[in-house]
Design a protein around this ligand. Sequence first.
Ligand SMILES: C[S@@+](CC[C@H](N)C(=O)[O-])C[C@H]1O[C@@H](n2cnc3c(N)ncnc32)[C@H](O)[C@@H]1O
Length: 410
Amino acid sequence: MLATEKQYVQWFENETLRHARWLSQSNQVPPARIVLVDDKTTADEAYRLACAGTSMLWYGDFHNARQLLQALTRRIEHSEQRKISKAANKQDKSAGSPHSDKSTAESLVTPKIIPNLFHQQRQAQAQRSRLLSRLLLKLDAGYISQLRRAPDVRAACTAAFGQLDERMDESCLLSFRDLQGALGAAGWRAKGVPIKPLNLSIFPHYGVFAPTRHEYVQLLLDAPLPDTCRVAFDIGTGTGLLAIILAQRGVKQIIATDLNPRALACASENFARLELSAVHLQQADLFPTDAPLANLLVCNPPWLPAKPTSPLEYAVYDANSAMLRGFLQGVKQHLAEQGEVWLILSDLAEHLQLRSRDELLGWFSDAGLAVKYRLDTQPKHGRSQDETDPLFAARSAEITSLWCLVPFDN
Ligand SMILES: C[S@@+](CC[C@H](N)C(=O)[O-])C[C@H]1O[C@@H](n2cnc3c(N)ncnc32)[C@H](O)[C@@H]1O
């Protein structure tokens, strides 16, 4: 996940030139301008510095840095909100409905407005990430923080960023935000994400799609298995969740693939914890090699056709629907006679006007596949109920489906 080329960063401390390894999970380039900040730095000063492109190396109390980050987040959100409302008003007016009595969310369901808002929101998120990433801390060799009241971050950082070269006494600079990401992931990995319908927990690793929103699990439990179901593939297994469901439902041989080595390590740990011997893992671009034909092909690709901007976004955004279309195109080559495909997909992309239903149906038929049936569910996660979200109209209308597809000639 880290850039394979090591990068270094330099800064001055009391006129002495210092340097350290640069770590950035969102592939931010090493900062060119760094000033030292501590507990005396106010949130307004920090916000001004961040907006001016200056990075701040924290030398104060660890917990105060967390508070400063929260204060910065509030300032950034405030400024984003103002920009988004201004843009929404402008677009609403240009769509000719200045005095409509519809709610803001309803009035935004106008061609072009929603996709524009989606892209604006993503740009705002990217800008937020850039600004927040300007608060930095230094960790000494072995990921040890010398900050006052700093927790032990060694295990979380090693799991997220890998082993640094301790023999070279390598210290590193990274953003507090990345450190918080590593600590959050370590928490999930330790506690697990409970999957209620299965009565078990899944333990995600850093950088692996965490099934915190798992409304689709029930769909996989409800769909009738094909009459013969000896071999199934789980394409893009992530934590291994779908393979686990298939194993629990009695499928004897499951081959789970993923491109991301972190996902394979994570799924392997989850399978071992549940003592599942039916599942075999393979690192593969979509379909496994040297495998028998499958009676069931299951895939939950990233749901939004948009370009990922960091390695952590690869499980959420699928540029040009490459994984979805690649999967559909490859299905017939890997499916046994009378086999079925279970595609898990939300229609959020349709509500955001990033893909149309006709386009999706066209991809099914181009791949020689017909819809046998579809199971739907409506997500109930927090964002789908947040009326202040500019994309509320789209999010609240979202349906997640299990599409059961079969070849035309079945
Ligand atoms: C949305 S996540 C789904 C994870 C898991 N199946 C689940 O439902 O929780 C998509 C997964 O597909 C993987 N992926 C993306 N492109 C892939 C490809 N070309 N081949 C194999 N896996 C891929 C990602 O690494 C990610 O783990």
